[in-house]
Design a protein. Structure first.
Length: 252
């Protein structure tokens, strides 16, 4: 189980998409691309009525973007491509005609807060604290910002973006609207996610497709918006400030 993967398993009209990386489920570019494609394919599959998005392991949902790749960015174009990874996944989730249920079992950092925010219904354990850590390294949550703001509101998003060192408890995320339900254990979470998915399978797929359009109203410009945001991050990651900070992290 030490090799990175993105897997999909479809059973009784429920597609479960699971990603894993040994470095706390951080997501390098190739895994993000595979994740975006897998979500798009599941959305276009008539045999699928609902999608569950989850990660492997028990402790961390996702540590965000791959730090190893981040440190190795040396030009603006590479930077843009790198930061477009999460943009492509968020846009795939946004355009997917099926409801996506988020199953968040543990800590959720940086870009991963964007992934959780882009699900249509999100359930977590009490261990699923969130942190927008980007400002820590001299960039900002530009790409995932719109998705996070859509769930937490501008005030909530601003708070965790500025307080980039702090983890915010799962209950805080629930009160702000990111998580719909929070459970004491992984077992309870899995049971609730499965029950929710099975319940959604009994509904009219056309009605859910139309509802999804309603929920995401006002986001039609996100293809361009998130691409523009990726350019900002790609530029900032090359700044002397960020390069110095990343060097310190690399040494640590």
């Amino acid at each position: 189980m030490d090799k990175p993967y993105v897997n999909i398993k479809t059973e009784n009209a429920i597609a479960t998409i699971e990603f894993f990386h040994p470095a706390h489920n951080s997501l390098p570019g190739d895994l993000l691309a595979k994740l975006a494609n897998t979500i798009t394919e599941a959305g276009n599959n008539d045999d699928v009525k609902v999608i569950i998005l989850k990660s492997g392991g028990n402790r961390t949902f996702c540590a965000g973007a791959s730090f190893t790749e981040l440190i190795n960015i040396n030009d603006a174009e590479t930077g843009k491509v790198f930061f477009s990874g999460f943009a492509n996944v968020i846009n795939a989730m946004r355009k997917c005609p099926k409801f996506i249920i988020g199953r968040i079992q543990g800590k959720t950092v940086g870009g991963a807060v964007g992934l959780a925010s882009a699900t249509d219904y999100c359930m977590a354990t009490k261990f699923a604290a969130i942190k927008l850590s980007e400002l820590n390294i001299g960039i900002g949550p530009f790409v995932v910002g719109p998705a996070v703001e859509r769930k937490l509101g501008l005030s909530g998003m601003s708070q965790i973006a500025i307080d980039a060192n702090s983890f915010y408890e799962a209950e805080w995320a629930r009160q702000k609207g990111l998580y719909n339900q929070v459970f004491d254990s992984l077992e309870e979470l899995d049971e609730a996610v499965q029950k929710c998915a099975e319940n959604l399978c009994t509904y009219n797929p056309e009605a859910m497709k139309e509802m999804k359009k309603v929920f995401w109203r006002g986001t039609d410009d996100w293809d361009e918006l998130l691409a523009e945001r990726a350019v900002i991050s790609g530029r900032l990651v090359l700044s002397a400030f960020t390069k110095e900070t990343l060097k310190k992290f690399g040494e640590g």
